[in-house]
Design a binder for this molecule. Sequence first.
Ligand code: URA
Length: 251
Amino acid sequence: MQHGPLRNAYLDALGIDRWVRRDAPVEAAIEAPAAAAPEVAEAVDPKPQPVPVQARVREPLGPITDWGVLRERVAGCTACDLCKTRTQTVFGVGDTQADWLIIGEAPGGEEDRQGEPFVGRAGQLLNAMLLAIGLPRESVFIANILKCRPPGNRDPRPEEVSNCLPFLAAQIALLKPKIILAVGRIAAQNLLATDAPLARLRGKLHHFGEANTPLVITYHPAYLLRAPADKRKAWDDLKFARATYQRLVTN
Ligand code: URA
């Protein structure tokens, strides 16, 4: 639990109102426990059934030992129809030595135009969420499950995910992150090969891939823009991720 001004800065960064008991002295008020936010379902769309990662990789990429080569492979990809509607691929951005990998769903309109993940409104909130746990955007690596924008921002289709996941797997193999933070249902379900709802996946430590990389799940910032009451739970997830990371690097 953060104390005093730092905690307040976190809450402000995430746009969370501070809850203060009217009769509480100033010290106690700062540490007043957060009231439970009402449960809100993250999404109501019918979900494509995730397939285990191994089963989904149609053509293995082969070992890629170089970020430049991987970037070119992504830029030239025509494995699915998304290549016909994209403006450009969105490879990912950030520090290629980062300990933290943030994984979202797929580029939206602004990301498709700019070629960078999370640059729209959701991106601004993601930046604030990361900063809230002491991580400037430039200090992490940010990527998506899909490298191309689905038209109209519809959910990724299973075959699109199967084609694209090897790129993410190659990014993970090059980056070797110490921890992965997956934002949103699509990223969480596809990384974990489950159709469990996000509410059941957050709040616990998962592991991903051969390297058994610690994986923490939280809400997608675009969802939090629609359901700000859940920012409080997202903050719990962020604190959990940060504590997990601190445990890893101090052991
Ligand atoms: N939402 C995502 O999941 N990724 C982006 O890059 C932008 C919005």
